[in-house]
Design a protein around this ligand. Structure first.
Ligand code: EPZ
Length: 421
């Protein structure tokens, strides 16, 4: 397994191009199942998760043509509506094929995704939404079997008891082809959900209220092909913003606007990080020693994103004063804590909260990546640590960060990837 070797201490200085959002590209790719015509996506990041979903879609019968940052997906002939365990377990977002398959073909069998490092990750809200639209759901031998009524799914009111990005996306895609009107209440506000809805409307769907928690969807008989550019990745941007800040550097994050940052922008500014929108994107800078501790509580968008919690903890480990970080979305998203502590961070966990007291220095060490965002948290800490850090199991990083080594070394970081045994 490959690992990263990072020699800390270099202040990042330069430009970092921000790619398309993984968490937008995945539902957009699943949406290709809703039409027999080609869906052309641009600004698609080259990531392991994207490659995994391509394999899932191809085994359904979708023709996928990949180009430089582009995908052309054609679901003209779909002989197989089953998504197998060996693929779904690799990437739980594969469950996003469920809504489109049931809506267009009337049935689907999708493996239960199983949990992952950060939590049990149930999908009850996905299933509730489909049942509300008339689907019969049964569970058997590790698979979800979903069957639409003979005339297809029927529009209805769907009230989510808690915000769920994936369940909102499955519900929107299914409702787009349901007969009649669907009202979705308490829909997720993440920009990736809006990006999906905009693409579906370009495909002929009739979705109103995009960007709000109440969506009204007039079902249509069929959708057609479209071209769509994937929205920029706010989590990649936030990750590199924190890398720049912790090194006392100054970096322009290209192709991304502050509107995607939500509460993360306010938290960074409160911590002493300067964020200045400029023509090319956002300039992020922080003078050495200016970082101060800030409390954050993760929350659905536009709250502080859970996907930036681990990275923010690394940043706060070198801030003056203390920072109370509370994770409210996932039950086990502190796998990075023991690794950060091995680098000298002062972090104490109290249930869902972590008390971080800033330290003068972090020290390079041999550490282990455990999940996607925990891995990027270790990269951030390593960039500011005294000495050399080796991060093992970097395949976690490959799931969500395209060309990470190149983007960091392009700003003066001393990072190299070492091929594993
Ligand atoms: C999406 O996951 C993202 N993944 C996650 O990013 C992100 O952390 C999460 O949203 C929250 O923003 C993709 O978009 C592919 P949820 P998702 O449904 O849809 C509970 C990353 O690092 N829940 O909004 O799975 C769930 O357990 C990944 O890029 C149910 O109880 O998240 C969690 O506590 C990690 N029942 C909360 O809701 C359900 O049916 C929010 O989960 C579904 C979810």
């Amino acid at each position: 397994m490959d690992r990263l070797r990072i020699a800390g201490g270099a202040a990042l200085d330069g430009e970092i191009p921000i790619g398309g959002a993984k968490n937008a590209a995945l539902p957009l790719m699943a949406a290709s199942l809703l039409t027999a015509e080609p869906l052309e996506l641009t600004n698609v990041p080259r990531l392991r998760d994207i490659a995994t979903l391509i394999r899932v879609l191809e085994q359904h019968g979708v023709e996928v043509e990949s180009g430089a940052g582009t995908l052309r997906l054609t679901a003209a002939d779909i002989p197989n509506t089953m998504a197998p365990y060996d693929l779904v377990r690799q990437m739980r977002a594969s469950v996003l094929v469920l809504g489109p398959l049931v809506a267009r073909f009337g049935n689907a069998a999708v493996s239960l995704p199983g949990g992952c490092a950060i939590g049990s990750r149930p999908i009850d809200l996905h299933l509730m939404a489909l049942e509300q639209l008339g689907a019969e759901i049964s569970l058997g031998r590790g698979y979800i079997h979903a069957e639409a009524p003979p005339g297809g799914l029927v529009g209805n009111r769907i009230i989510f008891p808690k915000v769920s990005v994936g369940a909102s996306e499955n519900a929107i895609m299914a409702a787009a082809l349901a007969r009649g009107t669907t009202a979705i209440e308490n829909a997720a506000l993440e920009p990736e959900v809006a990006d999906l809805a905009h693409c579906l409307n370009a495909m002929g769907a009739r979705i109103e209220g995009i960007g709000s928690e109440r969506l009204v969807i007039e079902g249509v008989d069929e959708l057609h092909g479209a071209q769509h550019r994937v929205v920029a990745d706010r989590i990649e941007a936030g990750t590199y913003a924190m890398a720049a800040a912790i090194t006392g550097g100054s970096v322009t994050l290209q192709n991304v606007g502050e509107d995607l940052f939500g509460a993360a922008a306010a938290a960074l500014r409160e911590a002493g990080v300067a964020l200045e929108p400029n023509g090319a994107g956002i300039r992020v800078s922080c003078a050495d020693g200016d970082l101060t501790g800030v409390d954050v509580i993760t929350d659905p968008f536009p709250g502080f994103p859970t996907d930036l919690q681990a990275q923010f903890m690394a940043l706060m480990s070198k801030a003056g004063g203390a920072s109370m970080i509370t994770e409210t979305i996932f039950e086990n998203r502190y796998m990075h804590v023991p690794e950060l502590k091995r680098m000298g961070a002062n972090v104490n966990l109290h249930g869902a909260s972590a008390m971080v007291r800033g330290v003068e220095k972090l020290y390079g060490a041999e550490v282990m990546a455990t999940d996607l965002r925990a891995s990027s948290s270790l990269v951030i800490a390593a960039l500011a640590a005294e000495g050399e850090t080796t991060i093992n199991r970097v395949y976690h990083l490959d799931r969500g960060y395209e060309r990470l080594v190149e983007k960091l070394t392009g700003c003066g970081a001393r990072v190299e990837r070492i091929a594993g045994s």
